[in-house]
Write a protein that binds this ligand. Sequence first.
Ligand SMILES: C[S@@+](CC[C@H](N)C(=O)[O-])C[C@H]1O[C@@H](n2cnc3c(N)ncnc32)[C@H](O)[C@@H]1O
Length: 525
Amino acid sequence: MRAKGSSGSVSGKHRGTGDFGKTAKTGNSGRTGRTGNSGKIGNSVAKSAPAWMADLPVQIGQQYEAEIIGISHDGEGVGRVNGFTLFVAGALPGERALVRVEHLKKQYGYAALVEVLEVSPDRIVPDCGIYEECGGCQLQHLSYDAQLRVKRQQVVDNLQRIGKLQVVGEPTIGHPDAGASDEGIVVHPTLGMADPWRYRNKAQVPFGEEQGGLIGGFYAQGSHRIINMDECLIQHESNDEVVARVKEIGARLGIRAYNEERNDGLLRHVVVKVGFRTGEIMVVLVTNGTEIPRVAEWVAGIRAALPGVKSICHNINVKQTNVIFGDETRVLWGSEVIYDYIGDVKFAISARSFYQVNPVQTEVLYGKALEYAALTGGETVVDAYCGIGTISLFLAQKAGQVYGVEIVEEAIADARKNAELNGMTNVHFEAGPAEVVLPEWTRQGVRPDVIVVDPPRKGCDPALLATILELQPRRVVYVSCSASTLARDLRVLVDGGYGVAEVTPVDMFPHTIHVECCSLLVRKN
Ligand SMILES: C[S@@+](CC[C@H](N)C(=O)[O-])C[C@H]1O[C@@H](n2cnc3c(N)ncnc32)[C@H](O)[C@@H]1O
């Protein structure tokens, strides 16, 4: 394909915007002409470029027409030019686009989207006014239906490419065990949200100053520069409301924001948590200092903002770090915790405790895990990587005995408190690495009928998978936030005698590229 001239400075995340006819120009790219001066950028880079670069079919600074054939795990369009792969932020599958190469590796490169020449029917104008600057969402320029399709396809691709697993064409409805054969895995359509907005129950907003005024919002992509934000469309409305009120009160009281470079100023972050089912709100002011001036006025102002405020806390973080919380949290007013429910299970949420951020979809995900576990009341279940015990307690409602293991001691303390809160006595929690604790339980005679795993992105420890294969539970339910490590681990379990009955992707984070999955494996013999 013929190289086109460079159009000059196009930078940032370009996602064609505006009214899409046959072609669309990029959002803030300025000059997007298809011809122009290709000299300077290409030539200056070429002088210092390594020798292998000259042999590639594309060159830095040059423009090309690319066919966009997929979407990467970072949400960039995957483009092909003369058989070479270019990642193009803002381009969508099915599009043809004019792109300018910015960075090259031996096997692939990165290009800026200059102009969309053939627009995908799934492209939409993002609803959010700050989508271009903010790194929070990656897929707002793709219709929600298409997002769900793309997420399912990512799971399928990973199962096939990494797991070397066979996926049957279109999902079928049947008994969960029906697919536990060699015929192939059923990957269901992604379970999405009826209303995929305002789903987050937690906001963590950094504060700064602009022209002497207090601002709060998000960090511009790849930097620690704070951009002011009035609303975030994936946050619960009350979180936006609290942040606005904190800005107002801070400005009125002349509070200085923390400056990371100079390590001075007071207000660092405001963290807001809201219980979707209870309506209870917690506000945490994180400061660089032990005292908040005129604290009573803060408390009164925040309480007046929303009737649901049940807890106002002060976290002290005097370290020169970008870690949000410091070690000490004080209650300024109200309760130390707020409460929320997942299904019928009640959870206490403190300033520091982990809690799933999309409670609506958490119920969908755990509901799927419960369905796949097929509990009848007497089973022994192990929940490995259990966090604060959310899945354990959800399953304990239908199981004989549940054992939960988690490496973070504080999370296990929360899990025990939550079991007590719900009067559940058939759960046992232990802190430690799952790959060490599960073999210990085995030595003590624990024989699980079902093992549920919900590991971090890196997937299950090989020793844990080996123990599962030794224990041979009838069912393994694998909850995953990374399709690639899921595929790798499923291959190990399949080689060890399990059939993958089915996989259900669940959209926990609409408009972002992330996808969670719940998979059912059934022992073959
Ligand atoms: C994806 S989270 C799952 C949390 C929980 N199941 C939930 O839904 O809230 C993964 C958890 O695994 C824990 N973890 C990481 N490595 C671990 C290990 N080797 N053994 C046990 N837990 C581990 C992390 O601390 C984290 O809480």
